[in-house]
Ligand binder design. Structure first.
Ligand code: SME
Length: 163
């Protein structure tokens, strides 16, 4: 069942908890990182109405401080983002989640799709604590994400990529 914005915050937290179990069950025994990222993006995008663009920007080992687009669901995304640029680049540089209620008020925001109004970007670490990617979700409505999304995504991504 999809969570919709009119549902209560408690319903959203419960939906994230169910999804975490489902995603971990699907990924059990699968070591490939691309397969894991593709599954996380597909299952989350399908479950939540407020997810408009859902996906990963991966740390490119071949370039200094640069992200390259990874598995995603949604309209065409930018291919590369330098650390420090836009919301994704800021999350990568600071290694901290960025919760942005109004993307137009965020200095240097990169508008891949003009319909994006708010977003959350969560850094993704491996078991050694190395930054491997950021996970970016955009919505077409302002302030679509809150601390419930942040806590659930940080927990889920920790289990999937550092667990
Ligand atoms: N919103 C991001 C850019 C990536 S896309 O929106 C898919 C940013 O400012 O980092």
């Amino acid at each position: 069942m999809a969570y919709v914005a009119r549902d209560r915050p408690a319903d959203k937290a419960a939906r994230y908890a169910e999804l975490e179990d489902e995603i971990l069950a699907v990924l059990d025994g699968e070591p490939d990182r691309t397969a894991r990222m593709a599954t996380v993006a597909a299952m989350l995008a399908d479950a939540f109405d407020h997810y408009f663009w859902t996906g990963f920007y991966v740390v490119d080992p071949a370039r200094e401080a640069e992200l390259v687009v990874g598995p995603y669901q949604g309209t065409l995304g930018c291919l590369r983002i330098a650390f420090g640029r836009g919301v994704c680049g800021t999350a990568a540089a600071e290694r901290r989640t960025q919760l942005v209620p109004d993307v137009h008020a965020f200095p240097g925001h990169i508008a891949c799709d003009g319909r994006s109004a708010s977003e959350i970007v969560v850094p993704v670490f491996d078991a050694a604590g190395e930054l491997i990617a950021v996970f970016d979700v955009d919505a077409t409505t302002p302030a679509a994400f809150d601390e419930t999304d942040q806590a659930a995504l940080e927990r889920l991504l920790g289990k999937v990529f550092a667990g």
